[in-house]
Design a protein around this ligand. Structure first.
Ligand code: FE2
Length: 376
C-alpha cells in the first residue's frame, strides 16, 4: 500500500510565508550528554556524527550530534553550574530545548515570524568554518521551548560550524528509524487555542486534525489536542492541553514534573515497525503494553492488515485505520525518571491520522503507569 507523500517543497502556496524543508534537528538539554548519547546510540541505534566541546574550543558546554536516517538529535550539557543550560535542567530535567526547522533563508524566517509577533531569542547569526557558512535564528515557542531556523545551504560539514565530524560509531546499532513524523507539545489549562493561534498567525501553519475530550478520555482522565501542520505537511505539531476528569490528566502529570509546557513526545517513522520495535526491545527500550483483549478485538476493528496479529501482540504494537489506509504505532515509557518526554514509533500505510482508535487503550496504559508512580 502506498504511503502518504506530502506535496513537494518546491511548490509552496503563495500564502506560505514560512517555507520549511522539514525538521533540521531537535536539541535536548541534559545533565550528562556523554551518557545520554550512549543511550540513544545503544538503545535507539543512532550514530554519533559530530561533537563540539572544550576540545573544539567551546568552553561552556558539550554537544553530541546523533543521526539515524533523517532523524538528528543534539544532546547538550553545561560544563559549569552558572549556566542558563544548567538552570533549564534544574527546572525541567532532561528535555527538549529546541525544535530546529530546516529553511532556505533563516533571516527571512526570523523576519516573517517576528514581524507577526514572535519573540526573538536568537537574531539571524552567521557562523563559518572550513566547510562553509550556516545561518541560524530562533524564536520562542511554548514554555521554555524554542523554534530555530537553520539555513545550511552553503555548508557541507558534518553538522554546523564549530562541530567536528566523528567517524565510524562502533556503538550505534541502527533500528531503521527514518525521519521525525511529528513532535507533540503539552501546554497548560485552556492554553491550546492560544498556541494553535501562534502556529496559525505567526508560523503560517493550518489546523490538520483535532480531537476533543470525548475522543480522548477514559474513566479517569482527559485531554484535548489539535494538530497543526505547515504548508507542505512536512512539519506537524500536535498541541495537547489537559481536560477535566475524575483523576489527574496525563498532561497535568507532565506539566507538574516538567515544570510547565514542553515537548511531550517525538514520533519517529519507520517502514518496518515489526523489525524496528523488535530491535529496540532487544536493545533495552521499554514500551507501554496493552491487554490481550486489544488484540482479540483488533481484526474486527481495523480489517485486513499485512502484519500477523500475534507478532503485533508479542511486541505490543497498536493499529488504527481511517479512510486512507492504516497506521501502526507504539509508545515508549518516558526516557527520563521524571514522567516527561517519551517516544512514539510509527509506520504509516496510507493513513495520515494519529491513531484515534487507540486513544482509549493507550491512555489506560498510561494511567496504569501514572498510578504506579502515585500520580493518578
Ligand atoms: Fe503521536
Amino acid at each position: 500500500m502506498a504511503t502518504t507523500a506530502p506535496l513537494p517543497v518546491e511548490t509552496p502556496t503563495a500564502a506560505d510565508f514560512l517555507p520549511l524543508r522539514g525538521t533540521d534537528h531537535v536539541e535536548f538539554y541534559v545533565g550528562n550528554a556523554r551518557q545520554a548519547a550512549y543511550f540513544y546510540r545503544a538503545a535507539f541505534g543512532m550514530s554519533l556524527v559530530a561533537y563540539a566541546g572544550p576540545e573544539t574550543g567551546r568552553r561552556d558546554r558539550a554537544s553530541y550530534v546523533l543521526q539515524q536516517g533523517k532523524v538528528r538529535f543534539v544532546l547538550t550539557t553545561p560544563l559549569r553550574s552558572d549556566s542558563p543550560i544548567a538552570d533549564h535542567i534544574a527546572r525541567h530535567g532532561d528535555g527538549v530545548k529546541t525544535i530546529a526547522l530546516w529553511v532556505d533563508d533563516a533571516r527571512a524566517a526570523w523576519q516573517e515570524t517576528t514581524r507577526r509577533g514572535a519573540t526573538s531569542v536568537i537574531e539571524p547569526t552567521e557562523t563559518t568554518d572550513d566547510h562553509g557558512t550556516a545561518v541560524i535564528s530562533a524564536i520562542a515557542a511554548y514554555g521554555d521551548t524554542l523554534h530555530a531556523f537553520v539555513d545550511r545551504g552553503n555548508y557541507t560539514g558534518a553538522f554546523l560550524p564549530g562541530y567536528r565530524a566523528v567517524k565510524d560509531d562502533i556503538v550505534a546499532r541502527p533500528v531503521g528509524l527514518l525521519h521525525i513524523d511529528h513532535c507533540v507539545g503539552n501546554v497548560g489549562w485552556n492554553a491550546m487555542n492560544q498556541w494553535v493561534k501562534f502556529y496559525e498567525d505567526i508560523m503560517g501553519f493550518g489546523l490538520y486534525q483535532h480531537f476533543d475530550d470525548n475522543d480522548i478520555s477514559t474513566e479517569y482522565s482527559a485531554l484535548m489536542s489539535k494538530v497543526m501542520a505547515n504548508g507542505n505537511g512536512y512539519v506537524k505539531f500536535p498541541i495537547n492541553e489537559p481536560a477535566e476528569g475524575k483523576r489527574k490528566s496525563q498532561i497535568e502529570e507532565y506539566l507538574d514534573f516538567y515544570g510547565g509546557p514542553g515537548v511531550q513526545h517525538i514520533a519517529l517513522a519507520t517502514n518496518n515497525i515489526l523489525e524496528t520495535v523488535a530491535r529496540m526491545q532487544q536493545q533495552g527500550v521499554e514500551f507501554l503494553t496493552v491487554p490481550h483483549s486489544y488484540y482479540t478485538e483488533l481484526q474486527g476493528r481495523v480489517g485486513k492488515i499485512d502484519e500477523p496479529v500475534d507478532e503485533l501482540e508479542r511486541l505490543g504494537i497498536l493499529v488504527d485505520r481511517d479512510d486512507e489506509g492504516y497506521m501502526l504505532q507504539i509508545f515508549t515509557r518516558p526516557v527520563e525518571d521524571r514522567p516527561t518526554l517519551f517516544y512514539e514509533i510509527i509506520q504509516r500505510k496510507g493513513s495520515r491520522s494519529f491513531g484515534k482508535g487507540n486513544f482509549k487503550a493507550l491512555f489506560e496504559a498510561i494511567e496504569r503507569e501514572q498510578a504506579s508512580r502515585g500520580n493518578l
